[in-house]
Write a protein of this length. Structure first.
Lengths: 397, 255
């Protein structure tokens, strides 16, 4: 409890006495960040499948598996942050229908079980069957189990795989919107907190999710290609870059609209939020989220819209832009979650935020939850390598 | 031609009626679901429905209330956890505001602003507002925070998962995570005492009788009298929480 005494000495102005400690810490910053990456990656995958943007094909499976890897981890920071993690099941067994948070478990399960798992399964079923025939030992058994015993590879069945997979993707798009719009609603519906309470919050969360997910797939596609020592499909990368640029502009516009509206309306919370933005959030908002995470990538990707420089210049710049966007969106989540708790609901002062290295809510734990999905992804890419999928021609009759 | 037109219009009329009837049936079927959207249920008028009255003009800022609350309810002693506290408001001659509540006012309060600079000063005791449309009850994902039949907002610490959403949702800063139970904690209006006919601890120890509580449904009851005789206000009325804590003499600066 010593850190609370230290924070007490750093209180600026007046805060209610219960407001010294931030209730939602770094783990709750990670929660919208990770779910956003999932939703964004999935939406990118859907572009290829539903809207038939053929040039994006090289990223399709990578995007799906990335969404899967991050979705598996999405609930971990949430559950480990609970005062009673072992009671987490109550949210499923006795959800309180008036609570915006109560539906999370169901939306999450819907998205995991119905959308992602099914889509991946339909997409990989043929390969699972073929791999189970080709491989030996444990792998053979694993692929057999994963194919769920549906070994029929007739043209008719495969056509059904394709049809159902397509149908699930179509259902998946609104689901991805729902998943992350909903996360925004959890914050946006808290009328006690003027920094959160805006009707734009779900929309902003959604667009920032798309931005971060697309950037992540772009980044991973380049890294994975480099690790596999294969040539990057520049047409695909340019297309991803184009989408990233458009969504980034939309996201930036929406967030600016939110701030302009706040400033022009200048309600009773204006003074305290102004102090928050120009004080405690200066670096994370203006430098990390604004300049590094938004302006620099927008200018870079925007310049490519005017004239594409040659490949040697584009590649590192794409890598940089996608990485900066990922950093920027992380700080966007930070500014929402942490920023929203730094000022007192009395609007008269500020508390401070201190984060330790160790412990459940420390830097190390947060880094662990953030790195874990990459290992899961590496495993998924090993188990279900998109580049070893069988071409149509290899089809057995 | 004419007959055809009449038939077409009759068909359209039937179609529209069917759509209207269908919409009506669908809306009435969806009616019970509106409960999911709104924060509160209507109170039962035949049962007691408690409200609280605090007379700011009577409060001397001794902090006995905050101290008694901690003792009675086993609230952790550290200065970060309060079910009840007292704020000292000082408005200076230059129009600036200073608010203080060291250790929740438990140890009494000292005026730190020199007397010649003071325009006016007063104390505001704070506690849970036991809102009728309480945002904390609305957001609890598992229903561990609930309203008693008397309209008192309580927490089931055996069921609370400790997600802290309710703490975020309370506009008045009345909730905290109890570091011992790891669950949300707040004022219960000493439910264990009032059920036995005793006064809540903070009411019991108030030397000036600045606090009262009573049944808001009772005509000519103590609360009705208090509300009739004073110009009362609630905190943050713009948030429409249906606060049942009414202050007499509440200055506009108080949040």
């Amino acid at each position: 409890m010593e850190h609370l005494y230290e924070m007490l000495s750093k209180v600026d102005g007046y805060i209610y006495p219960n407001e010294i400690e931030l209730n939602w810490s770094i783990l709750i910053v990670l929660y919208p960040y990770i779910t956003g990456l999932v939703a964004g990656a999935f939406i990118l995958a859907s572009l290829e499948r539903v809207f038939k943007v053929e040039v994006l094909k090289p990223t399709y499976h990578l995007a799906l598996l990335t969404a899967m890897a991050f979705l598996l981890v999405a609930t971990m920071p949430l559950v480990s942050h609970l005062g009673h993690p072992l009671r987490a099941y109550e949210i499923m067994t006795t959800p309180q229908p008036k609570s915006a948070m109560a539906i999370f478990g169901f939306i999450y399960l819907w998205y995991l079980m119905v959308v992602l798992l099914l889509e991946i399964w339909f997409d990989y079923r043929r390969d699972l069957v073929l791999w189970s025939r080709e491989k030996k030992g444990v792998l053979r058994i694993i692929y057999k189990i994963l194919s769920l015993g549906v070994t029929d590879l007739s043209r008719k069945t495969l056509a059904w795989d394709e049809k159902l997979g397509y149908f699930i993707t179509v259902v998946g798009i609104p689901s991805a919107f729902l998943l992350h719009g909903y996360v925004g609603f959890i914050f946006g519906s808290i009328k006690a907190n003027p920094w959160w309470s805006t009707v734009l919050m779900p929309v902003i969360f959604l667009f920032s999710a798309m931005v971060s997910g697309i950037a992540l797939v772009m980044f991973l596609y380049m890294i994975v290609s480099w690790v596999r020592k294969v040539k990057i499909d520049m047409a695909c990368l340019d297309e991803v870059g184009k989408f990233l640029f458009y969504v980034l502009v939309l996201d930036f516009t929406l967030e600016s609209l939110d701030q302009v509206h706040r400033i022009y309306e200048a309600g009773e919370s204006f003074e305290i939020l102004h102090l928050l933005v120009t004080g405690k959030l200066t670096y994370t908002l203006f430098i990390f989220q604004g300049l590094i995470g938004t302006i620099v990538p927008i200018l870079t990707l925007g310049a490519f819209r005017i004239k594409l420089p040659n490949e040697k210049i584009r590649k590192p710049l794409y890598l940089m832009a996608s990485f900066l966007v990922l950093v920027g969106i992380f700080f966007m989540r930070w500014n929402v979650v942490i920023g929203g708790q730094l000022f007192s609901k009395s609007f008269l002062g500020f508390t401070s935020f201190k984060i330790g290295m160790i412990g459940m809510e420390g830097y190390l734990m947060a880094a662990f939850w953030l790195i874990l999905p990459f290992f899961i992804l590496a495993f998924l890419l090993w188990l279900l390598p998109p580049w070893k999928k069988h071409a149509e021609a290899e089809l057995s009759e | 031609m004419g007959t055809e037109r009449i038939t077409a219009s009759r068909r359209n009329f039937l179609k529209r009626s069917a759509v209207l009837a269908g919409t009506l049936v669908a809306t009435s079927a969806a009616k019970p679901l509106t409960g999911m959207l709104f924060a509160a249920n209507e109170p039962d008028k035949s049962k007691p429905w408690y409200g609280i009255g605090i007379d700011i003009e009577k409060c001397i800022g001794c902090g006995n209330c905050a101290k008694a609350c901690k003792a009675e309810n086993n609230v952790p002693k550290e200065p970060f956890y309060f079910r009840s506290w007292v704020e000292q408001y000082t408005i200076k001659n230059d129009g600036t505001l200073k608010v203080e509540s060291p250790n929740g006012g438990i140890d009494g309060q000292k005026q730190t602003v020199p007397e010649e600079e003071i325009f006016k000063t007063f104390f505001v005791p704070k506690m849970c507002n036991h809102c009728e449309k309480s945002p904390c009850v609305q957001v609890c994902p598992v229903g561990a925070t609930y309203e008693s039949p008397e309209g008192i907002v309580l927490v089931d610490k055996e069921y609370c998962i400790g997600c802290r959403y309710c703490i975020q949702a309370c506009p008045y800063g009345c909730r905290f995570l109890n570091p011992v139970t790891n669950t949300a904690d707040k004022c219960t209006l000493c439910y264990h005492r009032i059920k036995k006919g005793l006064k809540p601890a903070c009411f019991e120890v108030c030397p000036t009788g600045a606090r009262i509580y009573g049944d808001l449904h009772e005509k000519d009851g103590i609360m009705h009298k208090f509300l009739k005789q004073h110009n009362c206000h609630v905190l943050k009325p713009n948030l429409n929480t249906g606060s049942k804590l009414f202050y007499n003499g509440l200055s506009a600066e108080v949040r």
